[in-house]
Design a protein around this ligand. Structure first.
Ligand code: NAP
Length: 259
């Protein structure tokens, strides 16, 4: 049953953390735009697989009693990101919550990071949030309501060996978020950051048992997080209970100390 008529867009939500966020928001009654990665220059089979995964998410959203749409877009591209927002508004008439979740990592020591990798990480993890937020804010400002939630990382706060480009992109999200919060707070819009620690997903599946052991010993709660742990924090920030919270970083990391 639809509890709210509010609409949420979750970038990169065909799998992983984005998928869990889309499902949690649907359970909370939001209508959800599920974005899967699609780009004309990407291999057709890969885009087809993303589309298939997004279709599954859509089915699960419908099982919650809510409604979703799926929209293929490459949010690292300004025009494609703007179209994601436009198509959502065409379908649902509004956008209330934007979760900038899409992201990639390409771990490499600083001296081996080439210019193309740098650009790709910054465009995918940081510029995407700027493009989508700019497009969504046009509608949010008119309604004098909006929630922007950016998925950064604890690495964006502390830095990390082998992740200079990833960390820089995730730190950039902090400045972007705080600026949106200050510029659009007077229009009823909040902007916050969630900084996940180590979360079970495709992004972290290739850790060696040694890496996993070392990590676990640094996590107070003694376990790796789940995508649902992040989704719960997003749902809170989107909810009326969080209406006086803006320009904040919420670490969802099980009490991870620096490694
Ligand atoms: P994931 O399983 O690799 O999923 C990332 C999602 O983003 C995928 O659906 C991917 O699409 C999509 N994506 C990538 N580039 C895109 C683009 N240009 N346009 C649209 N979608 C795009 O990763 P995850 O672990 O769920 O991570 C989600 C977010 O949490 C990321 O921003 C990540 O940096 C952040 N985070 C994760 C962890 C962790 O431990 N897992 C920790 C801290 C922060 P494809 O299916 O086509 O690849």
């Amino acid at each position: 049953m639809i509890k709210k008529d509010q609409v949420a867009i979750v970038t990169g939500s065909s799998r992983g953390i984005g998928r869990a966020i889309a499902l949690q928001l649907a359970r909370e009654g939001y209508r959800v735009a599920v974005n899967y990665y699609s780009n004309k220059s990407a291999p057709e089979e890969a885009v087809e697989e993303n589309r298939r995964q997004a279709e599954e998410v859509l089915r699960e959203i419908e099982n919650t009693g809510s409604i979703g749409i799926m929209i293929g877009a490459d949010v690292s591209n300004s025009q494609s990101a703007a179209e994601l927002v436009e198509k959502t508004v065409e379908e649902f008439g509004r956008v209330d919550v934007l979760v900038n979740n899409a992201g990639i990592n390409k771990d490499q020591l600083m001296l081996r990071i080439n210019d193309d990798d740098w650009d790709e990480l910054i465009n995918t993890n940081l510029s995407s949030a700027f493009y989508c937020s700019r497009a969504a804010l046009r509608y949010m400002v008119r309604k004098r309501y909006g929630r922007i939630i950016n998925i950064s990382s604890v690495v964006g706060i502390n830095g990390n060996v082998g992740q200079a480009h990833y960390a820089a992109s995730k730190s950039g999200l902090l400045g972007l978020t705080f600026s949106i919060a200050r510029e659009y707070g007077p229009r009823g819009i909040t902007a916050n950051v969630i900084a996940p620690g180590y979360i079970q997903s495709d992004m972290t599946k290739d850790f060696t048992p040694e890496q996993r052991e070392k990590l676990l010993s640094a996590i107070a709660l003694g376990r790796i997080g789940t995508p649902e742990d992040i989704a719960g924090a997003v749902a809170f920030l989107a909810s009326p209970q969080a209406s006086y919270i803006t320009a904040q970083i919420i670490r969802v990391d099980g009490g991870l100390s620096s490694l």
